[in-house]
Design a protein around this ligand. Structure first.
Ligand code: B16
Ligand code: MG
Length: 217
């Protein structure tokens, strides 16, 4: 894959924690209020997608067209419910293998960064105790362009003072893998090889990853 890996960049939802179910609970509650059903299958379309873009998809599913002001109000309403859920998170919700691999990276001198679309990433990192494992944290409050734009990962590399070609991205969303490719970085998909086709390698979870496996990439 590359000569030397100097940094590992991690997506949050779907890689380090599973917050998709909290997003789903909040979006489906909003859909119910608006008078339609939002299914778990529909929720798949929102993974890795920004909050505003997620609302657009939800409204499209419900066949609704609303003024911008109303959309802002609805996104805020959904976020209030979502934040209620994530404020209750603790370290037990860290996905298998994540802490072990982050620890291994740091011991090996490989830098670590978060690269998430979420504007609530700090709440999640603080609640789960993950925050101290990162040398840089780039989230939705620091970026203006959503994945598949490479901005989030390029900013992370810049913050770490590492070249893009020396980074590996860990991502569960197709748009996130595309962002890594566009950033000129290697990528490891977490999930299904049928969906994450552009990744250099796909594994079911970080429990399948280690520094020695990283060097085999
Ligand atoms: P927020 P990631 C993404 O997180 C989620 O996968 C996506 O479902 C969500 O809409 C997005 O964050 C924005 O989240 O509403 O908290 O700003 O996978 O990029 O870590
Ligand atoms: Mg994700």
């Amino acid at each position: 894959m590359q000569q030397k890996i100097r940094a590992c960049l991690f997506d949050l939802d779907g890689v380090l924690v599973d917050t998709a179910r909290y997003h789903y609970l909040a979006w489906s509650r909003l859909a119910q209020e608006l008078g339609f059903t939002f299914t778990e299958k529909d929720n798949e379309r929102l993974k890795g997608v920004s909050r505003d873009a997620s609302l657009e998809i939800l409204l499209e599913i419900g066949g609704l067209t609303l003024p911008q002001e109303e959309k802002l109000r609805l996104a805020e309403r959904k976020n209030t419910w979502y934040v209620e859920s994530i404020l209750k998170m603790n370290s037990q919700e860290i996905l298998p293998g994540a802490l072990e691999f982050l620890t291994e990276c740091r011991l090996a001198g490989i830098k670590t960064a978060l690269g998430s679309a979420s504007k609530n990433a700090m709440t999640i990192l603080n609640g789960t105790g993950l925050a101290p494992y990162f040398d840089a944290i780039i989230d939705g409050t620091k970026t203006s362009r959503a994945k598949p734009d490479p901005e989030v990962f390029l900013l992370a590399a810049e913050n770490l003072n590492v070249l893009p070609e020396d980074c590996v991205v860990f991502e569960d969303a197709e748009a996130g893998i595309e962002a890594a490719v566009r950033a000129g970085m290697a990528s490891v998909g977490i999930g299904s090889p049928d969906i994450l086709k552009q990744a250099n390698r796909v594994i079911p979870s970080l429990a399948e990853m280690s520094i020695s496996r990283l060097s085999e990439l």
